[in-house]
Design a protein around this ligand. Structure first.
Ligand SMILES: Cc1ncc(COP(=O)(O)O)c(C=O)c1O
Length: 344
């Protein structure tokens, strides 16, 4: 089936050019080890990884970057260690499961505000005690829409709160060379921390937390999902380095934008398409049975798109999640739209 399902938005995980770049680079390290040998606090730390962190920080306009084995690990490590007892974390109701689990491991109070609802966020801010952390995704994984970052930061200033942004689905798509939405909006210095992941548009695996050097030093000492796990192998970090080189080498963003535009233009106005500028496009088909049936018919037509059912999303908002990629041709996108218009 044609891939309208994976998070490989820029087609990096399958790119022959990137594979060649990786194989060529690998020749410079004939003595590499297959495994890292331990935690980054013991045998698993390498100057290659530290240099990579430095380059990633510069690219995303951050003081520092700390690499984790995955986005899940990064969120667990950050939210379980940073907010203390008596502090307050206020998160959007649609926040990713890894953040929810991280918050559950912390001793801080937790408030949830309605999705992208600034009035509701302010109500929660008024109730918050201790140090306050507001947590959002710049692009939401199950809706494809964006957080109103500028307005959230203004509110955070008013209540002296720190803003943390998960950029898993924005990196590679938004900002010059895919630096992310925070960078694109000129807010790099206004957010306390960003989580970026490498398993989506970067086509590899892993993640990093971007923030101050002080935050990095704190996490190295207190973030358990960094300390008590074997570091990812060199090959993984080399792949991340090559993915960044490839990201900078050409304008992948125009290609994905053309595909997103083609999709939104070719979908009929009768189809309930959520508003999204991202590579994630959502068609709401209420009811698990109906959503599942629509997905099956799309798949029979040769297109891989999956239904997202309740309770993963709220009852009545079941949906088809369509991810667009640079490896989708414009014709494939038009054919998918034609089928969707007929079926939905
Ligand atoms: C918003 C968000 N944050 C974090 C993660 C976890 O990242 P990883 O897949 O690298 O563990 C995901 C993965 O789906 C995600 O959508």
């Amino acid at each position: 089936m044609v891939d309208f399902c994976s998070n490989d938005y820029l087609g990096f995980s399958r790119s022959d050019e990137l594979k060649i770049l990786f194989q060529t680079e690998l020749k410079n390290y004939p003595e590499y080890h297959l495994g890292s040998g331990g935690s980054r606090l013991l045998a698993g730390n390498h100057s290659f990884t530290e240099n990579l962190e430095h380059q990633i920080a510069i690219f995303h306009d951050s003081e520092s970057a700390l690499i984790y084995n995955s986005g899940f690990d990064a969120n667990i490590g950050l939210f379980s260690s940073l907010p203390q007892r008596g502090d307050t974390i206020i998160s959007d109701e649609f926040i990713h499961a890894s953040i929810i689990d991280g918050i559950r491991l912390s001793h801080a109070n937790r408030f949830v505000f309605r999705h992208n609802d600034l009035i509701n966020l302010e109500q929660k801010l008024k109730l918050a005690k201790g140090k306050i952390f507001i947590v959002v995704e710049s692009v939401y994984s199950m809706d494809g829409d964006e957080a109103p970052l500028q307005e959230i930061i203004s509110l955070a200033d008013k209540y002296n709160a720190a803003v943390i942004v998960d950029e898993a689905h924005a990196v590679g798509i938004f900002g010059a060379s895919g630096k992310g939405l925070v960078y694109d909006l000129g807010l790099s210095n206004k957010v306390f921390a960003r989580i970026i992941t490498f398993g989506k548009a970067l086509g590899t695996h892993g993640a990093a937390i971007l923030g101050s050097s002080q935050l990095k030093a704190y996490l190295i000492n207190f973030s358990r999902s960094l300390i008590y796990t074997t570091a990812a192998p060199f090959l993984n970090h080399l792949a991340i380095k090559c993915a960044y080189t490839y990201l900078k080498s050409k304008d992948h963003q125009s290609e994905i934008r053309e595909r997103i535009d083609s999709f939104t233009k070719n979908i009929s106005l009768d189809v309930k398409l959520l508003k999204s500028r991202s590579a994630i496009q959502i068609i709401v088909i209420p009811g698990n049975e109906k959503a599942r049936e629509a997905a099956q018919r799309i798949q029979k037509g040769g297109f891989d798109s999956r239904a997202i059912l309740s309770p993963s999303v709220a009852k009545g908002s079941e949906r088809l999640r369509i991810c667009l990629h640079n490896h989708n041709s414009i014709d494939e996108i038009k054919n998918l739209c034609e089928l969707l218009n007929r079926i939905v």
